[in-house]
Write a protein that binds this ligand. Structure first.
Ligand SMILES: Cc1cc2nc3c(=O)[nH]c(=O)nc-3n(C[C@H](O)[C@H](O)[C@H](O)COP(=O)(O)OP(=O)(O)OC[C@H]3O[C@@H](n4cnc5c(N)ncnc54)[C@H](O)[C@@H]3O)c2cc1C
Length: 408
């Protein structure tokens, strides 16, 4: 991301750095709170969850472990991305909470760094890293999710301002957000639906913006309906050029779908390990014996272990340019589909081990592990939909990676 790519570290440099990170995490991992933490940034539903996670992001940033590869002049570390990759891996291994400002870190930040002016970078990037200003994404609308190009929210220029009208939906972190990356129609008469869209870095804690929380199947909150009624935002909020918002949105989606994996750093969700499910299979009984002794269950667990290992190795492979030169983003683009579907299958399997008690949920004293698996299973659907459904991901991989004919 910085103007001059920093020198690639040697394996010895990385070993020293890894030990330092490990020691810091061992000392600074926050104690588990007395309320359930969300499974991912898409499920932050209470002020106490938010405060806890925001404090954790601040601590990680202050320690110098976020934005390691981002330019120093905007609050980053100015180092080679491999350093951030080490931090991310160690965070996963230490099972620490995720970074709450993930929309800022993983997609708003990278796209601002790629396309923004110096003033925009200086204004937004440091506070994305510190977690002081939370970002959300206003792409989906009622009736226009996968078909993003049909967005109907309008922005009309009036002097030094744009006036916004319309509704965005499924706005993750919408309650806490100060800014939104927003796709709005500025030219309804444009020859195609993709033209005439503009990409805004819009403030959302302003008059004319109504945030309505939506309750999920888990009984918790995490996203909103965001309504704009004559909301006025400054004219210089545009990222890129007026009428060329589709290209900026596509660049953002590349980041969202994994093309910048590990860039700013931080986990986006609580890691789920097959080892935890193996432990569950040891504890749950089948015909009076530990479920893990059932050969069919054992067989399924081994398959999950193999898949988990393969996914880990793929991530490593993606970081070695010589091994992915032919299709540089293929593995990272595949990640979202593979990881989200894996999580859904794994949590479903975990629940199937629990017999009749699988029907119990959080709050029920008899629910296995306090209903944690049931909640995890229902939340596992989020990632197979948010950021592009699995079907859409398959279309994209087919068209852009495999070069198959375009689907309509
Ligand atoms: C937990 C969560 C958090 C989210 N957070 C945000 C957020 O912060 N900001 C935001 O803007 N949006 C967010 N979303 C919305 C998300 O991006 C959309 O739900 C998603 O893009 C799908 O759009 P849709 O819901 O309108 O479904 P639709 O587009 O109506 O799709 C319905 C079904 O049709 C299938 N389908 C549609 N088109 C095709 C096609 N061309 N080929 C094959 N199958 C197709 C889909 O796969 C799906 O199964 C979030 C969603 C979830 C679940």
């Amino acid at each position: 991301m910085s103007e001059r790519t920093p020198e690639r570290p040697t394996p010895e440099d990385l070993d020293v750095f890894r030990s330092k990170v490990r020691a810091w995490l061992a000392e600074n991992k926050p104690p588990a709170p007395d309320f359930p933490l969300p499974d991912s940034f898409m499920e932050v539903g209470t002020p106490e969850q938010f405060a806890y996670l925001q404090a954790w992001q601040r601590k990680v940033y202050d320690a110098g472990y976020l934005g390691l590869a981002w330019p120093k002049e905007y609050g980053g570390g100015g180092k080679h991305p491999q350093y951030q990759a080490v931090v991310n891996r160690e965070m996963g291994a230490a099972n620490v909470p995720f970074m709450v400002n993930i929309i800022g870190l993983m997609w708003a930040g990278p796209v601002i760094l790629q396309m923004g002016s110096h003033a925009q970078k200086a204004r937004y990037i440091p506070k994305i890293l510190s977690g002081e200003e939370i970002w959300c994404q206003g792409f989906s609308e009622p009736g226009h999710g996968s078909d993003l190009g049909s967005a109907q929210t309008t922005a009309v220029r009036d002097g030094d301002e744009w006036v916004l009208n319309g509704t965005k939906i499924w706005t993750s972190l919408g309650t806490e957000a100060k800014h939104m990356i927003l796709l709005a129609r500025t030219d309804p008469g444009a020859p195609t639906k993709y033209k005439g869209l503009t990409f805004f870095l819009a403030p959302v804690d302003i008059p004319g913006v109504e945030k309505r929380p939506i309750k999920k199947i888990t009984g918790e909150y995490g996203f909103n309906e965001t309504r704009f009624e004559d909301a006025r935002i400054p004219a210089d909020c545009i990222l890129g050029r007026e009428g060329e918002g589709w290209a900026v949105a596509m660049a953002t989606l590349m980041f969202e779908r994994g093309a910048a994996e590990g860039q700013a750093g931080g986990l986006s969700m609580v890691p789920l390990r097959v080892a935890d499910v193996v432990q569950l299979a040891r504890e749950q009984l089948r015909d009076g014996r530990p479920a893990i002794e059932d050969p069919i269950i054992g067989d399924q667990l081994v398959r999950f272990i193999a898949e988990e290992r393969a996914m880990g190795l793929c991530q490593l492979r993606a970081r070695i340019p010589a091994l992915s030169a032919e299709r540089p983003h293929a593995i990272l683009m595949m990640n979202k589909l593979v990881v989200s579907e894996f999580r859904r299958r794994l949590t479903r399997f975990a629940i199937s081990l629990q017999g009749a008690r699988a029907a119990l949920y959080m709050g029920d004293p008899d629910a296995p592990d306090g209903g944690h698996w049931q909640r995890n299973y229902m939340n596992a659907f989020s990632a197979t939909i948010g950021g592009g459904t699995s079907q859409i991901q398959k279309n994209i991989l087919g068209e852009r990676v495999l070069g198959l004919a375009k689907s309509y």
